[in-house]
Design a protein around this ligand. Structure first.
Ligand SMILES: Nc1ncnc2c1ncn2[C@@H]1O[C@H](COP(=O)(O)OP(=O)(O)O)[C@@H](O)[C@H]1O
Ligand SMILES: [Mg+2]
Length: 302
């Protein structure tokens, strides 16, 4: 039985225990989903790099691998977590045990790759997981979600529950079109998330800025929204070296162009022109969407 087919019990439980938990939980947390229409544009690199850069600024950051199909944030963070989100869901461990401190500042909740068994969990398990994660995350300043690529309904439903979404785009026609399609879908919602563009793999600052202007122009013309550019990250061969060494680039090569770009993005995010505080309600909703994520139904990246 899936949550979608029988949400009643979980929802009733949720409302009950949610009320018991108290709506006065601290809400300083900001939650950013790192998304893209097309895969392979550097979402995991951006999620891990931004998490590290924010942690270097003194923020408490929890990085969650929410790409439940093809998880790999742990690889880029250079840790080998003993447990994953799936272990928490299936009661094999607690969230406190599963979340690992990384040597680079952020804490990480890893996911198992190819985790089709997430579909099989029952409502009660989902409920417990969402509650536990909710309580756990309010102790952080930032929750950064590395989300799967695509515009499948599971992914967009998930993103719609996230207050802030950074859409990662690279200078390729496919990436631009897919980013536009994602933005269009999210924008259809009556209360879309605060979306910003993050250009990755730019061959120069000028090229990145032109791309951001182009995409913002398209969204302005066809959707009536002008998306701000939160920052751009240049294509830098050191990124591949850092990933191969399993060390975040900001530690591997702090003075490299990619690290400097990440620091600028972190500054822009922290200053938060577009920032939205997480409310207990939308965080609760986010985790429930996550817990309901069905990788078999999700659109896989090309
Ligand atoms: N700014 C960059 N400069 C150079 N290579 C990059 C950059 N960003 C990402 N990459 C490369 O692109 C590949 C895909 O990145 P990844 O973060 O796994 O993408 P996604 O999570 O979107 O699938 C990685 O192997 C990485 O080496
Ligand atoms: Mg990824």
């Amino acid at each position: 039985m899936t949550a979608a087919s029988s949400p009643d019990q979980a929802d009733t439980l949720r409302r009950g225990s949610f009320a018991a938990a108290g709506r006065s939980l601290p809400t300083r947390l900001r939650c950013l989903s790192i998304a893209s229409g097309k895969g392979g544009v550097g979402k995991t690199f951006v999620a891990t790099g931004l998490a590290c850069a924010l942690a270097q600024k003194g923020f408490r950051v929890l990085l969650c691998d929410a790409d439940l199909g093809l998880a790999n944030a742990d690889i880029q963070m250079g840790v080998d977590p003993r447990y994953t989100v799936q272990d928490v869901v299936f009661g094999r461990t607690t969230l406190a045990e599963a979340v690992v401190h990384t040597p680079y500042g952020p804490d990480l909740l890893a996911s198992a790759s190819g985790a089709v068994d997430m579909v099989e969990m029952g409502n009660a398990r989902r409920q417990m997981f969402a509650e536990e994660l909710l309580r756990f995350s309010v102790g952080y300043d930032f929750l950064i979600l590395d989300v799967a690529a695509g515009i499948g309904s599971n992914i967009t439903t998930f993103l719609l529950a996230s207050p802030e979404v950074l859409v990662v785009v690279a200078n390729e026609p496919t990436s631009i079109m897919d980013a536009y399609s994602l933005i269009k879908l999210l924008n259809r919602h009556p209360s879309p998330p605060a979306m910003q563009i993050l250009v990755n793999l730019a061959r120069s600052i000028g090229e990145g800025e032109r791309l951001a202007r182009r995409l913002a122009g398209i969204t302005q013309r066809f959707l009536g929204i002008s998306l701000p550019l939160v920052g751009l990250i240049v294509q830098d061969p050191v990124v591949g070296d850092a990933i191969r060494a399993r060390i975040p680039v900001s530690v591997f090569a702090p003075r490299s162009p990619a690290s400097q770009c990440l620091a600028d993005v972190a500054r822009a995010v922290a200053e938060g022109r577009m920032s939205r505080r997480v409310t207990v309600e939308n965080l609760d909703n986010l985790f429930h969407q996550w817990a309901r994520y069905d990788p078999r139904a999700a659109e896989r990246r090309a």
